[in-house]
Design a protein around this ligand. Structure first.
Ligand code: FES
Ligand code: FES
Length: 162
C-alpha cells in the first residue's frame, strides 16, 4: 500500500471497521493482509474460480475483482462469519476434499441458505455455478447443500445473519 491512501469505513463480519487503504488494492488483499481474514482464498485471481467469494451487502462477489474502496460504507461478510455448527451438513457430504474451493463454496451456499426462495427459480447447480471445484465432481457440494437446506427447514431455521 502506498503511504497515502484513503480512509474507508465498512461493516466487516458484524464489526464496524475503519481502515486506510490504497484505492488500487483488491478487497481480497485487504481481507487477507490487512485484516488477517485468511479464510478467503485466492485461486485464479481473475474472476473465474470463486475461491475468493465473500458477501457484499449480502450478495456473493469475487473479492479478487472488487477494488477495496468499493466496499466503503457497505457490509462485507467472510467465511469466518459463518457459524461453525452451520457447516456440519457440507462437511458430512464430502463437499470438501483439498479445500481450496471450500471457503468460496461455503459463502455462496450461505447466501442460498439465507435466501431459500432462490431454489424456487434456480437449481442448486445453477446457484453454485460460480464456484469451481476440481476435486469433488460437485455431487458432494450439492448433496451437502441440500442437506443443509433441509436441516435448516426442519429446525425452523430462518434467515441467518444480515
Ligand atoms: S480468485 Fe477470485 S475468482 Fe478466482
Ligand atoms: S475440494 Fe479441491 S477444489 Fe474443491
Amino acid at each position: 500500500m502506498s503511504s497515502g491512501g484513503i480512509e474507508i469505513r465498512l461493516t466487516l463480519n458484524d464489526e464496524s471497521v475503519a481502515a486506510r487503504v490504497d484505492p488500487g488494492d483488491r478487497l481480497l488483499d485487504f481481507l487477507r493482509y490487512q485484516r488477517n481474514l485468511t479464510g478467503t482464498k485466492e485461486g485464479c485471481g481473475e474472476g473465474e474460480c470463486g475461491a475468493c467469494t465473500v458477501l457484499l451487502d449480502g450478495i456473493p462477489v469475487n473479492s479478487c475483482l472488487i477494488p477495496v474502496w468499493q466496499a466503503r460504507d457497505r457490509v462485507v461478510e467472510t467465511v469466518e462469519s459463518v457459524p461453525e455448527e452451520e457447516l456440519a451438513a457440507l462437511l458430512a457430504s464430502g463437499a470438501t476434499q483439498c479445500g481450496a474451493c471450500t471457503p468460496g463454496v461455503v459463502m455462496t451456499a450461505w447466501w442460498v441458505r439465507r435466501n431459500r426462495d432462490l431454489v424456487d427459480t434456480h437449481s442448486l447447480r445453477e446457484l453454485m455455478a460460480g464456484n469451481l471445484c476440481r476435486c469433488t465432481g460437485y455431487d458432494g457440494i450439492i448433496e451437502g447443500l441440500e442437506a443443509w437446506l433441509e436441516s435448516a427447514a426442519s429446525t425452523g431455521g430462518g434467515e441467518g445473519g444480515a
